[in-house]
Design a protein around this ligand. Structure first.
Ligand code: PLP
Length: 458
């Protein structure tokens, strides 16, 4: 056997970086269901969508046949500031677990925003600039997306207005200040600056806000100002397209050393990092060229794939956004205050939902304390302090590696390490103090939300 010794980190050269994004929808037999206009229940048209979103992004959103999209040179140049991201062989974790499994992770935390979200933020800012817009609006919960977008907007000199869920605005002052450092304006939501915000404040004085409410405020602001559009950091098919850079780089790095993964694992909030990581592998699976086990990992407190309904639902609480067919817990579902802010969304990307419904990927849910146990085990041997969201994937990867230890199988496991956890130390503190708990919704609670789903015939 004269196999190349696999290094701790597989880096691609700049000239080996993908120059095209891959659109997995092109290879899907069952296409994800279209977005619907909530008033007419007809598929959203280009002209309807372009009132809210940038033109070129709407084209990407609606295109489920073109397999590859050129990555504009300006975006490639920006990517080179922090990409290619390393594919790391977790030799130290393997040793710690004493497993015959081979574990790799694709690390997306190597940029100031601390997560993969910058991959799509820079693309969305680019298309807004190209269209001659003045600025964009968005919402942010824990703050990763708002941070990524403010970095992207400052690069292209666009105005950036972020509505930040009030409780996070108050509890995460450092993320807020990173956004302001990059020139964004940050408004705690609900606010007095929008009609929907004023309405919510009147009905619920003292509310600490929610992601769904911040979305409604950001959309209203974009639609009421000349030269502004709304942008979203996950869930949409265009975001999965941009995030395919993660999977394409991963595949290129694995191919360099002739590595064939058996299991691919990603955490799933709105589905963008998972969708991006698995895209090229899923493409091979759909075309019958290769087979992989693919696992989506979600929090037990917000289990949209594992316990949700596959149905049309609103993407936001204010019901201003189009209807999307997805695995959902209902647009009014408010998950318990778990610490993986990026995974607290009621729905799931329509692409990931359709693939899951077609049994092309599996899903599991994991509890918060076991996630933090995995996070600390990982941090202590691999050095990186992982984001709570990413640690869901770590948990699943460790569990799969431990199964290999029992069976003696030498499986190759690849997982997405989406970001770092420096701004999540309150969560780590809770865990270290033994004060962390998890609330798992009951069937009755979920049924109450399912009953409120909009009635849409297929
Ligand atoms: C936002 C976020 C996620 C979850 O979002 P997806 O769209 O499901 O990828 C995961 N990890 C980190 C670090 C995040 O910031």
């Amino acid at each position: 056997m004269d196999k190349k010794k696999i290094p701790y980190k597989i880096y691609l050269e700049e000239n080996e970086m993908p120059a095209k994004w891959y659109n997995v929808r092109a290879d899907m037999k069952n296409k994800p269901a279209p977005l619907l206009n909530p008033a007419t229940l007809k598929p959203m048209t280009f002209d309807e969508l372009r009132q809210v979103f940038c033109d070129e992004l709407v084209q990407q959103e609606l295109d489920d046949t073109t397999p590859y999209f050129d990555i504009p040179q300006e975006i490639q140049d920006f990517y080179k500031m922090y990409r290619p991201s390393p594919l790391v062989r977790a030799y130290c974790l393997e040793k710690e677990l004493d497993t015959p499994a081979k574990i790799y992770y694709k690390f997306e935390g190597n940029n100031t925003s601390g997560s993969h979200k910058l991959n799509s933020a820079i693309a969305q800012a680019y298309y807004a600039k190209k269209q001659g817009l003045k600025g964009v609006t968005t919402e942010t919960g824990a703050g990763q997306w708002g941070t990524a977008l403010s970095m992207a907007c400052s690069y292209f000199k666009l105005d950036c207005k972020v509505f930040m869920v009030k409780v996070s605005y108050e509890q995460k002052p450092f993320r807020r200040e990173v956004m302001r450092t990059y020139g964004a304006s940050v408004t705690p939501s609900p606010s007095e600056t929008t009609e929907v915000g004023r309405r919510i404040l009147a009905a619920h004085p003292g509310t600490s806000g929610s992601l769904g409410c911040a979305i409604s405020e950001a959309v209203e602001t974009a639609m009421s100002m000349d030269g502004y559009r709304y942008v979203l950091g996950s869930v949409l098919t265009q975001v999965l397209l941009h995030q395919s850079i993660i999977g394409l780089e991963t595949k290129a790095a694995l191919d360099k050393y002739d590595i064939h993964p058996d299991i691919i694992i990603g955490c799933a909030g709105g589905g963008s990092n998972l969708g991006g990581l698995i895209s090229p592998f899923m493409g091979e699976k759909l075309r019958g060229e290769a087979d992989y086990r693919i696992i989506a990992v979600e929090p037990a407190s917000c289990p949209s794939l594992t316990r949700g309904r596959y149905a049309y639902d609103f993407c936001d609480t204010g019901m201003v956004c189009p209807l999307a067919k997805m695995y959902t817990l209902g647009s009014n579902f408010i998950p318990s205050a778990n610490h993986a802010g990026g995974l607290r969304y009621h729905g799931m990307s329509s692409v990931v939902s359709q693939l899951y419904d077609d049994k092309l990927l599996e899903a599991i849910s994991v509890e918060q304390t076991s996630v933090f146990a995995a996070a600390e085990q990982f941090a202590r041997v691999e050095g990186i302090l992982p984001a709570p969201e990413s640690s869901h994937a770590i948990r699943a990867a460790i569990d799969e590696a431990l199964k290999c230890k029992e069976t003696g199988e030498e499986k190759t496991i690849v997982f997405g390490l989406t970001g770092t956890g420096y701004f999540d130390m309150t969560a780590y503190e809770k865990y270290n103090n033994g004060e962390m708990s998890d609330y798992i919704p009951t069937d009755e609670e979920l049924a109450k939300e399912f009953a409120k789903l909009p009635k849409v015939e297929a």
